[in-house]
Ligand binder design. Sequence first.
Ligand code: 5RP
Length: 293
Amino acid sequence: MPEADDSPADKQFFVDVPQRAEPFFLKGCEHLDWGLKNRLASIFNPVSGRTVMLAFDHGYFQGPTTGLERVDVSIVPLLPWADTLMLTRGILRSVIPPTYRGGLVLRASGGPSILKELSNEEIALSIEDAVRLNAAALAVQVFVGGEHETKSIHNLTRLVDQGQRHGVAVLAVTAVGRELVRDAKYMRLATRICAELGATYVKTYYVDDGFDTVTAACPVPIVIAGGKKLPEREALELAASAVAQGAAGVDMGRNIFQAASPAAMLQAVRAVVHEGANAGEAHELYRQLAARP
Ligand code: 5RP
């Protein structure tokens, strides 16, 4: 028998206090549904409003990439410092411990290998399997200006429809073909198209000139790709410049797992993204952590 709740004098209804409604912390995401926001809060840190995503999905088109030959050896020890993992479902099921509690962004497009035309991708993951795996977001490559531009954009819009039905976010990854110029004009075009067509957030490359116009013109959060391996100090400068110009974090792969000390690099990137460290401070942190036995 439940205990009777019959002492109205003790009840507190705070009739003069308006119900609180905290604004959601991510740009352009205020009107999303609760489940989608909750998943986004597993990708982005609600305190800093930013994310450090560790990307190691490269194998989906280029096989055992340098640094990823054994994900169990090179990546699993880094998990404590990653806000979010960007990976394939194959690596998730075969290698990543299910005790991992951060955000999961699953590679959802694929098809061609590095031996073929990369823009010729199809959707490569069902929404049911993504939900079964507790994915917070689906990542899809979008080739604006590429040979199969329309097909890749159609992949994005189909995943957005499926994601909206199930409360799963969609990360549009702007893939820039070799024949295209990586400048602010192109990045504004590509990121804005992705956002207009429903991407929850967008990944793009940093550009030296006018990156703040790219983030300003995109109505949803932008994270930057690390790109090819740079000296550690330069990669930290890239991350610092991007967040200073409006990026909501990084989705970095090779510049972390190909660094001389990946764990130290990941912590240094965190200092930039979440604590506002400048590149010099973060590089000093990197050197100190990397020198530890
Ligand atoms: C593949 C991807 C990768 O996950 C990502 O770009 C790789 O990260 P990085 O460039 O930092 O190695 O989206 O296109």
